[in-house]
Design a protein around this ligand. Structure first.
Ligand code: AMP
Length: 231
């Protein structure tokens, strides 16, 4: 099963993608998380990415496509993958199609988290992230039981530099200008599944479950015909 979770920043993709990946034994691939790790470690990739991420702009396609290739080649992606925050441009989407084709794979569905800009601004300004495991919380709607400490792994929670108000509006503009075009791209391929994401985490989770289960049912006859499993 290969899925893309698509939508504006703050739509709740990461929260849902991490839960689904854990529950279904799929690999979770989030280019934003990898960039933050690289920035924290001061690697060449991190040094290159920082100027873009801190101002809410997109890191150039060739850098991101190289990173996606590396992540896909790591062990653990065989059973299936959920991509979160990738692809974000048509160039990246075409590159992902080509990367998967090389591996004899293809996307099964693209779940579009549809949410208003107002809701996004509220979610991002209250978002807190675990420095250690990347889990996300919200000061009002999903606080950690342990205050400033992650209740999954004990790591410290912090506010992302790009979740501050001045960068959020830039990220939303970038989404409209560069990422929203992917909706038509995937709709034309018959892969797009729209979810109403202006709802509680539990309600969105139920919709995500239903979408993934419908995808698995559609996939089953194809997998049987090609002799592949239905991971
Ligand atoms: P995210 O955690 O997905 O919101 O990503 C945080 C930041 O990392 C974005 O605002 C971009 O600067 C950068 N980034 C993450 N994924 C991508 C991508 N697929 N293409 C370009 N830039 C990205």
């Amino acid at each position: 099963m290969r899925l893309v979770f698509l939508g504006p920043p703050g739509a709740g993709k990461g929260t849902q993608a991490m839960q689904q990946a854990e529950q279904r034994g799929l690999r979770y691939i989030a280019t934003g998380d990898e960039l933050r790790k690289a920035i924290a470690a001061g690697t060449p990739l991190g040094l290159q990415a920082k100027a873009y991420t801190s101002t809410g702009r997109l890191v150039p396609d060739e850098v991101i496509i190289g990173l996606a290739r590396e992540l896909l080649e790591q062990p653990g992606a065989e059973a299936g993958v959920i991509f979160d925050g990738f692809p974000r441009t048509i160039g990246q989407a075409e590159a992902l199609d080509a990367l998967l084709r090389e591996r004899g794979e293809a996307l099964d569905a693209v779940l579009y988290f549809d949410v208003s800009s107002d809701a996004v601004v509220k979610r991002l300004s209250g978002r807190r992230v675990c420095r250690q495991c990347g889990a996300t919380f919200h000061v009002e709607s999903l606080p950690s039981q342990r205050g400033d400490v992650c209740d999954r792994c004990g790591g410290a929670l912090y506010q992302r530099e790009d979740d501050r108000a001045e960068t959020v509006s830039r990220r939303l503009q970038v989404y409209q200008e560069q990422t929203a075009a992917l909706l038509d791209y995937y709709r034309a391929q018959g892969l797009l599944v729209r979810l109403q994401a202006d709802r509680s985490i539990a309600e969105v989770r139920a919709a995500v479950n239903a979408a993934i289960e419908a995808t698995a049912r559609r996939r089953a006859p194809k997998a049987a015909a090609t002799g592949q499993g239905s991971a």
